[in-house]
Design a binder for this molecule. Structure first.
Ligand code: SAM
Length: 236
């Protein structure tokens, strides 16, 4: 696991609306969380996961939470918990807020296990559960729910009044994402940020594009990744 070396300040600026100077300090602070990074890297090494599937912009997520200070963050797709750990660390520094995460873990098939060390980094190592790399000290602000997003997102939406940041990092079909954004829409107030990962080289999905359109938001892409976000300019 390598530290993120190419954080994109312009993307954070577009999503947070904060000044370049504040964004620069927030990203510097995120990069300075060396103990967190070392802990995550050690956990991955222990499980033989030299590479892993993670959102690709953990420093930007950390900075966005520090800059916008959301009370509720919702995340779909946890895996080992790299994005969760950065979100939780930022909430801990803010001394406020909860991360609500949903994950349906992927177990390696018997055939893959028989073939030797698991290379599919998003699968659960034997004896581990979702979020296995997250430092225990960060769990206090974590509401982690295990199950399919199709069932759990509507329940979560009925329980969380206002979502300041929504991070969606899960394989998805456009029609499902569209329905899920509709479910969450009234809980995303003006200023709320929605981020969707479309995989390496993936383009902006039409679900996020239309949500952004109805909320007068301009979708912004993180340089070099299929990661897009938008900040709601008007209420739902
Ligand atoms: C790309 S990984 C998440 C990586 C994580 N966000 C990070 O940055 O470290 C996607 C996760 O979504 C889970 N997943 C797949 N389908 C799902 C579904 N229908 N509902 C909830 N989680 C799902 C996978 O098992 C995997 O743990």
């Amino acid at each position: 696991m390598q530290p993120e070396a190419d954080a994109d300040p312009e993307w954070v600026r577009a999503l947070s609306g904060r000044s370049p100077a504040s964004v620069g300090s927030a990203l510097e602070e995120a990069a300075g969380q060396r103990r967190l990074f070392s802990y995550l890297a050690r956990q991955h090494r222990l499980e033989g996961r030299e590479s892993y599937v993670e959102i690709g912009a953990p420093l930007e997520l950390h900075a966005l939470v520090r800059l916008t200070r959301p009370e509720h963050v919702v995340e779909v797709g946890v895996s080992s918990g790299v994005s969760s750990a950065y979100l939780l660390n930022a909430l801990a520094l803010n001394r406020r807020g909860t991360l609500h995460s949903i994950d349906l873990p992927t177990h390696p098939s018997r055939r893959r296990m028989a073939e030797g060390p698991i290379r599919d980094s998003w699968t659960l190592p034997l004896g581990r559960s979702t979020g296995w790399a997250v430092p225990p000290g960060l769990w206090r602000r974590w509401d982690l729910r295990i199950g399919d997003k199709r069932h759990l997102l509507p329940i979560l939406a009925s329980q969380v009044p206002e979502i300041g940041l929504f991070v969606y990092d899960v394989p998805h079909r456009d029609e499902d994402t569209r329905r899920e954004l509709r479910t969450l829409d009234k809980h995303l107030p003006r200023g709320a940020i929605a981020i969707i990962d479309h995989g390496p080289g993936g383009g902006l999905c039409s679900a996020l594009r239309s949500w952004a359109h109805t909320r007068r938001a301009s979708p912004a892409g993180r340089s070099g990744l299929g990661l897009y976000g938008a900040r709601a300019i008007r209420s739902s």
